[in-house]
Ligand binder design. Structure first.
Ligand code: PAF
Length: 282
């Protein structure tokens, strides 16, 4: 696997592949890779001739009080894991390469409506940062396919909307969340949890499962949410949001909706965890 910070090196390699009629799948990441990321690389391998990954801790998507400086940087381990998973090219730009004029002078990509809700409400500007970097990375790599985790359900929807609205010729693939045996969704932020907190955090997925079961039994949406908020708080979480949305439109779920997504964000100590569960009702 070749690792490069150079935009022109990425473009040159992609051009060489394209001349031969070969396809490219892309997996953008912020590094500190775990099994969830490696599953994305493996999915990308199945869908294209070549796989490019990127590692860039994007300052634009972090709020002022968030963990940008503390965000784990583990390049050597990530490279080893990416080679094993089958990536051929790794793009590791610096902030100066990506934002040469600085963040304040950067052209922005704004996906309206969805970006201001739930995670977007708790983290103002977060999805603008995500859409802007993903748009830039897409323009650098120009992949046929890009693969993202469904754990970041709202992010996936923001990216799908951007690609559709800006007529980008890229297929966006969402891959199911990979979980610890406890059910806890894999995340780079799990590394901030103590062993005891990690155990407690498994309640998040149990709560999502219980909510899905209650919804299948026909219980009212409001009642399901209220009971789940109580369960999460009792397990030691500070609730950020817990909501049920239509899985396709992202509008507030109605009792007649059959395709739902339950989304949760909650703090365990100082660590903010998110999770979600898609529920298809008969
Ligand atoms: O999901 C992530 O790791 C990041 O938000 C992404 C998509 C790589 C953009 O920085």
């Amino acid at each position: 696997m070749i690792t490069t910070k150079s935009i022109s090196a990425i473009r040159e390699q992609v051009r060489a592949w394209r001349i031969k009629g070969e396809t490219v799948a892309f997996v953008p990441t912020m590094g500190n890779l775990h099994l969830g990321h490696l599953t994305l690389i493996k999915e990308a391998r199945l869908r294209a001739d070549h796989v490019i990954a990127s590692i860039f801790v994007n300052p634009m998507q972090f709020g002022q009080n968030e963990d940008l400086d503390a965000y784990p940087r583990t390049l050597a381990d990530d490279q080893t894991a990416l080679i094993e998973a089958g990536a051929e090219l790794l793009f590791t730009p610096t902030p100066a390469i990506i934002y040469p004029k600085g963040l304040d002078a950067q052209t922005l990509v704004e996906v309206p409506l969805i970006s201001d809700q739930l995670c977007g409400e708790s983290r103002p500007g977060h999805f603008r940062g995500v859409a802007t970097i993903v748009c830039k990375l897409f323009n650098i790599v120009q992949p046929d396919i890009a693969v993202f985790g469904q754990k970041d359900f709202q992010q996936l929807l923001v990216i799908k909307t951007m690609v559709e609205d800006l007529s980008m010729p890229i297929e966006i693939v969402g891959v199911e969340t990979i979980r610890e045996t406890s059910g806890l969704a894999m995340s780079s932020r799990n590394g901030y949890l103590t062993a005891a907190q990690k155990q407690q955090a498994a309640v998040l997925k149990q709560t999502l499962d219980n909510m899905a079961a209650e919804l299948s039994r026909g219980k009212q949406l409001g009642e399901v949410i209220e009971a789940a908020e109580t369960a999460i708080t009792a397990a030691g979480f500070k609730n950020d949001y817990l909501d049920i949305r239509h899985a396709k439109t992202f509008s507030k779920a109605q009792s007649s909706d059959r395709e739902l997504v339950i989304l949760v964000a909650a703090y365990m100590g100082d660590t903010r965890l998110i999770d979600n569960l898609i529920v298809k009702l008969p």
